[in-house]
Ligand binder design. Structure first.
Ligand SMILES: CC(C)(COP(=O)(O)OP(=O)(O)OC[C@H]1O[C@@H](n2cnc3c(N)ncnc32)[C@H](O)[C@@H]1OP(=O)(O)O)[C@@H](O)C(=O)NCCC(=O)NCCS
Length: 328
């Protein structure tokens, strides 16, 4: 087996990574929409916020048999490298996953990382592979999906109205695309509220949010060909940003939406802002994204408050993802 680093400009290797990744997804998480070449290139070029993973393709002669990704951040958590290893379903249990992992661990050691993480959809192979390489289960993330055609609108409307009453001190702002420059500092402060979301037993530090990082996130999402929709809650008296919810919709496949951060700043909690923001977003999507079919969201399984909101809106579980970590 040979392992090659893959640049997003290398169309033939990108297609090979795409083929492996979609075969793996079909086998282990058929609920995920397959990547297209465009969505794969976008992810490879931009990542979540402009620090894309280093990508690898594993080949045996002309056959693409595995793929991997190596992610780090320069903003925080510099002790950590997050790894992805996948082996084509036709080539498993031959030690290839272990060989690819070894390559990533060598890289992490060479960079002086002291901790590594890896995740996978819940299955015997995920658990056994992680355990056989000394990783411990540290967190469970659950993916839920909202199907727009199944939304009970009268219920959403009444939840929205009730939340409006409870959150009378706040106004809502809808924003498409980039945040105006003058608002970036306050948005960065508010975004840090996401650090209050549970991370269970993972050895990770709070994430650092600066105006530049917010811009990087927005540039990355727009660069990936996604429409960026944000609803903000602003405290009427002080003008302080109290909370937000962010959704992206693929332009190539406008039927696919993804929920990103939803957070309410600690001192503004207890006024149903979470529910208000999410019901506002849902109504906005209904008005402006008629082709949207589904909206996917991820939460730590232990995030009771956010999950309670999502369940009220009709999100249903589609998969559980296990996150493992070990020291290096
Ligand atoms: C997990 C994955 C990468 C393993 O790839 P692989 O090439 O089959 O792994 P290896 O052959 O190197 O397996 C190493 C060890 O892991 C364990 N293991 C792997 N798959 C297993 C399975 N289905 N059942 C039980 N044990 C398994 C075994 O201990 C195995 O050693 P053994 O074959 O000598 O018993 C592959 O199943 C995959 O791509 N899954 C989807 C992506 C994913 O979830 N990746 C992250 C997992 S933490």
């Amino acid at each position: 087996m040979e392992i090659h680093q893959v640049s997003p400009d290398d169309a033939s290797r990108v297609r090979a990574v795409l083929a492996v990744s979609n075969a793996v997804s079909e086998a282990d998480s058929p609920w995920l929409p397959p990547h297209t070449e465009q969505s794969m290139v976008g992810a490879m070029r931009h990542g979540w916020d402009g620090e894309p993973a280093v990508r690898f393709l594993a080949t045996d002669g002309d056959d693409a048999i595995g793929a991997a990704a190596y992610s780090t951040s320069t903003w925080d958590n510099t002790h950590l490298a997050w790894l992805e290893v996948s082996v084509h379903p036709d080539h498993r249990r031959r030690g290839l996953g272990s060989e690819i992992l070894a390559e990533l661990l060598t890289r992490a050691s060479a960079e002086g990382r002291t901790s590594v993480g890896i995740d996978g959809w819940e299955s015997d192979s995920t658990r056994a592979f992680a355990a056989s390489h000394g990783f411990d289960l540290k967190a469970v993330e659950v993916m839920r999906r909202q199907v727009m055609a199944d939304v009970e609108w009268p219920r959403v409307t009444s939840l929205h109205e009730a939340a409006r009453v409870a959150a009378g001190d706040y106004e809502l702002v809808r924003r498409v695309g980039r945040t105006p420059e003058e608002e970036l500092p306050s948005l960065a402060v508010m975004t840090a509220a996401i650090n209050d979301a549970p991370t269970d037993d993972l050895d990770i530090e709070d994430e650092v949010f600066t105006p530049t990082r917010i811009q990087d996130y927005e540039s990355a999402q727009l660069g990936r060909g996604r429409e960026l929709l944000r609803v903000l809650a602003r405290h009427r008296d002080t003008g302080e940003l109290a909370g937000q919810t962010v959704v992206v919709v693929e332009q190539e496949r406008p039927e696919l939406g993804e929920q990103h951060d939803t957070s309410v700043v600690a001192k503004h909690r207890g006024h149903r802002l979470g529910l208000l923001l999410k019901t506002e977003m849902l109504g906005w999507l209904r008005e402006t994204q008629p082709r949207l079919v589904s909206l996917d969201t991820w939460n730590a399984e232990s995030n009771d408050h956010m999950i309670a909101v999502n369940e009220q809106l009709g999100y249903r579980v589609v998969g559980r993802s296990l996150a493992f970590q070990r020291s290096l």
